[in-house]
Design a protein around this ligand. Structure first.
Ligand SMILES: *Cc1c(COP(=O)(O)O)cnc(C)c1O
Length: 363
C-alpha cells in the first residue's frame, strides 16, 4: 500500500504465473511449454534480422506487424484485415477484455477456467459471473443461452478449456454464437492445435459465419515460442478494429523486430509444426493411459497437458513429493479442483520419469 498508488492499484489481485525455477535437471511440467525447440527456421530468421551488427535494432519495428499478420492470414486462409497480432496472447486477451468485453450486462466464463480472466476484469472494472461447469467439467452451452440474449455482456472461455483440457465441439460453439448474436463470443485457443490429428478443431471456421466470434491463439505452446511472446486474434474486421484502437492507444510497437520475423517463420514451417504437435498428442495419450494404470482419474484431454486426480492421494502432497524428486507440476488451491494435478506433456523420456516417480510415491 502506498499513498502514491492510483486508486485502481489498491484493488488489484494480480495473476500469479507458474514458477520458472532456476534449477538444473528439473523435469518442468508446470507451465505447458512445449518440450521441443522451435522450428530451426525461427533461428535463421532471427539471425538474418540481426545481421552481423544488429544495425536494424536501431530502428523501430513495423507498428502494424504486417509480416506476421500475413503469415497468420496464410495459415488460416483469411484476409490480413481479419488478423490482430500482439505481444503474447495474454496481451491480445487484455486488449479484448478492454475493447470488446466491458458492457453493462455481465461477462460470462466458466467457474473453472483460465485464472487470468478475473484479473483482467479487476483491471478494467468489468462485471462478470462464473458459470459452473457440469459434474464432468464440461461446458454446458445451455447455461449461457438460458440467461437471455440481452443479459449477457459477452462470453469467453479457453477451448480446449484450461486447466481441464476438455474440448467443446464446434457445433456447440456455433449454437452459442447464434443464440447470443449481440454478445461478443471469444474463444481462447491457446491449446487447440493439440485438439485433433487430422483436423484442428479451431473456431476460425466459424468466424466467417458469425460476426460476434473472435478467436485468440498463441505461439507459446504449439509453436514452442513462449519466450518470444507472440499471439494473435482472428475475427471480422469490425472486431479487429476495436483491438487495434486499444493497441494504438497503449503501445504502437508491442512486437519487436525479432518476434515479428521469428513468429512468422514458425507459422510458415507447417511440416515442423505437424511433426511436433503430433508427437505431443501421441505422448499425451500414452501419459493419460499410464496415469490411469496407476489409479488416477484422468479427464479426456485435447491439450498439451492432462488434468488428473488420485482417489487415495492428496494432490498437494503428491505435487510436493514430486518436487522433492525435481519434477514440478501445477496444483491449484481452488474450489472443485484442489485434488487435481495439471501435468504438462513433456518428451516421452520426461513422462517416463514422472510415471516412475509417481509409482515410487504411491507405493
Ligand atoms: C498459456 C495460455 C495463454 C497465454 O499464452 P501467451 O501467449 O503465452 O500469453 C492464454 N490462454 C490460456 C488459456 C493459456 O493457457
Amino acid at each position: 500500500m502506498s499513498r502514491f498508488w492510483s486508486p485502481v492499484v489498491h484493488g488489484l489481485t494480480p495473476y500469479v504465473p507458474g514458477e520458472q525455477p532456476k534449477l538444473a535437471n528439473l523435469v518442468k511440467l508446470n507451465t505447458n511449454e512445449n518440450p521441443y525447440p522451435p522450428s530451426p527456421r525461427v533461428l535463421e530468421a532471427i539471425r538474418a534480422e540481426l545481421g552481423d551488427d544488429a544495425d536494424r535494432l536501431k530502428l523501430y519495428p513495423d507498428p502494424t506487424g504486417a509480416q506476421l499478420k500475413a503469415a497468420v492470414a496464410r495459415h488460416f486462409d483469411v484476409a490480413p484485415e481479419w488478423v490482430f497480432v500482439g505481444n503474447s496472447s495474454d496481451e491480445v486477451l487484455a486488449h479484448t477484455f478492454h475493447a470488446l468485453l466491458k458492457h453493462d450486462a455481465p461477462l460470462l466464463f466458466p467457474d473453472i477456467s483460465y485464472s487470468f480472466y478475473p484479473v483482467y476484469c479487476g483491471l478494467y472494472g468489468i462485471n462478470f459471473e462464473a458459470v459452473p461447469l457440469d459434474e464432468h467439467f464440461a461446458i454446458r452451452v445451455d447455461d449461457y443461452l438460458s440467461r437471455g440474449a440481452d443479459q449477457v455482456g459477452g462470453v469467453i472461455f479457453p477451448n480446449p478449456n484450461a486447466p481441464t483440457g476438455r474440448l467443446l465441439e464446434l457445433d456447440e460453439i456455433a449454437r452459442l454464437a447464434e443464440g447470443l448474436p449481440d454478445s461478443p463470443i471469444v474463444i481462447d485457443e491457446a491449446y487447440v492445435d493439440f485438439g485433433g490429428l487430422d483436423t484442428i478443431p479451431t473456431a476460425v471456421a466459424l468466424v466467417k459465419r458469425y460476426p460476434n466470434v473472435l478467436v485468440t491463439q498463441t505461439l507459446s505452446k504449439s509453436r514452442s515460442l513462449a519466450g518470444l511472446r507472440t499471439g494473435f486474434a482472428i475475427g471480422q474486421p469490425e472486431l479487429i478494429e476495436a483491438l487495434t484502437r486499444v493497441k494504438d492507444s497503449f503501445n504502437s510497437y508491442p512486437l519487436d523486430r525479432l518476434a515479428l520475423v521469428g513468429a512468422s517463420a514458425a507459422l510458415d514451417d507447417e511440416a515442423y509444426f505437424e511433426q511436433t504437435r503430433r508427437q505431443v498428442i501421441a505422448s499425451r495419450d500414452t501419459l493419460s493411459e499410464d496415469l490411469a494404470t496407476l489409479g488416477f482419474e484422468v479427464l479426456p484431454s485435447a491439450a498439451n497437458f492432462v488434468f488428473a486426480r488420485h482417489p487415495a492421494h492428496d494432490a498437494a502432497a503428491l505435487a510436493a513429493a514430486l518436487r522433492e524428486r525435481s519434477i514440478i507440476v501445477r496444483h491449484f488451491k481452488a474450489p472443485r479442483i484442489d485434488q487435481f494435478l495439471r501435468i504438462t506433456v513433456g518428451t516421452d523420456a520426461q513422462c517416463a520419469l514422472l510415471i516412475q516417480a509417481l509409482k515410487a510415491i504411491l507405493a
